[in-house]
Design a protein around this ligand. Structure first.
Ligand code: PLP
Length: 427
């Protein structure tokens, strides 16, 4: 166990000894007016740009410029199989087999496409379990899927709520709801980690509870992919979706990823919305054949993908491949632990970390509630050079990201927050 210390010297020493310290220089850090970098703690919302990404996109622009349509075959990275170049690295990040993973579309679109396959309500089993504080898009997707099948979200959407006076869900309460309602539940869909609280749910455990009741179980890993070690395949869950622009640094609105457990691949009883890019690639261009799905998660693809957007995902995945999730997680735990340690120094009566303190039940993000604070506190720390995220009514979300944040960043954030709090106390 490391003995954290509440001073800058300690933070700097941690940075010197950090085996991943060189990765910070591989990213563009947003700069303040005076040229100093911001303390950027918003990688859970939009990851920073890898310096290698511009060149990767430029390569595709150049090949398009020089080759036109021939780039599908003769580009340096031919566009026809382009998405395949990403699959293995993507699968390593989320712990899936390559055949279970595909990079395609965007997150909410993918959520609908997987629900078409894995939310198939019947007269008696038609409910979806979701968190009460699920990301709004996920809730809209679930509700509209329920209505699409002719059911009423008021009856069919079961929301997991924290106990009175608590913010995070207790595993035993999730288990109890699944046990009580499971026979009527078609699909369990949880955000993992939860975007608001930073709570990480045990995928394997929840999948076991759900499967024991005959439910499909899937996860929205927008805040999990590239953040925690998901091990999707070993967890046994049926499906997962995520975006690649948060911890995975693939640019605003960048492409999403999908995991389909191998037990569902090649199963003709599973319905799907289909398009030509899901068709067997050997015969895709004969164009006249009946649809013959790929035997992999690629069967869920619809369109030929946007190559420039894929280039951004690929350049980021190369960095993840170099580092590997275990090394990343190791630093992330130290970094977030340090942030938590410093926040406790601000007084637990004043600053309340709502994210679980158990590192197994969280990723990089801490969600902080400050007593009697309003948005003025957040504006003050922003003014002082911190980029973080404010969620009404009173939560500041901060996520030190192991790839590019330093222990010094965390310490500077602490100093700035401490100063802003002292100002508010005076006022
Ligand atoms: C970020 C996020 C989204 C955003 O969805 P897009 O379709 O990419 O705009 C949806 N759900 C969760 C849980 C998220 O964290």
């Amino acid at each position: 166990m490391i003995q954290y210390k509440n001073d800058l010297e300690f933070a700097v020493e941690m940075d010197v000894r950090d085996p991943l310290k060189d990765y910070r220089s591989k990213f563009h850090l947003p700069l303040q007016a005076d040229g100093k970098p911001y303390v950027y703690l918003c990688g859970n919302s939009l990851g920073l740009q890898p310096k290698s990404t511009a060149e990767a996109i430029q390569q595709e622009l150049t090949d398009w410029q020089n080759l036109g349509v021939e780039g599908h075959f003769h580009a340096k990275n031919p566009w026809l199989p382009y998405h395949e170049f990403l699959t293995e690295a993507m699968a390593r990040v989320v712990g899936g087999k390559p055949e279970e993973v595909v990079v395609m579309n965007t997150l909410t679109a993918n959520l609908h496409f997987v629900l078409v396959s894995f939310y198939r309500p019947t007269a008696t089993r038609n409910k979806i379990i979701i968190e009460a504080d699920a990301f709004p898009s996920d809730k809209y997707a679930a509700e509209s899927q329920i209505r699409f099948h002719g059911f009423d979200p008021k009856e069919c959407l079961i929301e997991l709520r924290a106990r009175e006076g608590e913010v995070c869900l207790r595993p035993e309460d999730i288990e109890a709801v699944i046990a009580a309602e499971g026979q009527n539940v078609a699909t369990i869909l949880l955000g993992n980690t939860n975007y608001y609280t930073g709570q990480y749910f045990n995928i394997k455990q929840i999948t076991e509870w759900g499967h024991a009741q005959g439910c499909m179980v899937g996860f929205d890993c927008a805040h999990g992919a590239g953040n925690v070690d998901l091990q999707l395949h070993d967890s046994g869950c049926d499906f997962a979706v995520w975006c690649n622009y948060k911890y995975l640094n693939s640019g605003p609105g960048g492409m999403g990823g999908v995991f389909i457990n191998e037990r569902h691949l090649n199963d003709p009883s599973i319905p799907r919305f289909e398009g030509w890019w899901g068709h067997n690639k050997e015969t895709r261009f004969k164009m006249r054949d009946a649809f013959e799905p790929m035997p992999t998660a690629e069967a869920w693809q619809l369109s030929n993908p946007p190559i420039m957007a894929l280039a951004a995902v690929w350049s980021s995945l190369k960095i993840f491949d170099e580092v590997g999730m275990p090394a990343l997680r190791k630093k992330a735990k130290l970094l977030t632990g340090y942030l938590e340690f410093l926040l406790h120094h601000l007084g637990e009566d004043l600053v309340n970390v709502v994210t679980p303190s158990d590192p197994q039940q969280r990723g990089s993000q801490l969600s902080i509630q400050v007593k009697n604070a309003d948005k003025r506190l957040f504006d003050a720390i922003t003014e002082a050079g911190v980029i973080a995220d404010w969620r009404e009514p009173d939560v500041i979300r901060v996520a030190p990201v192991a790839l590019y944040n330093s222990f010094e960043d965390v310490y500077r954030f602490y100093e700035i927050l401490k100063f802003a709090l002292s100002k508010i106390k005076e006022a």
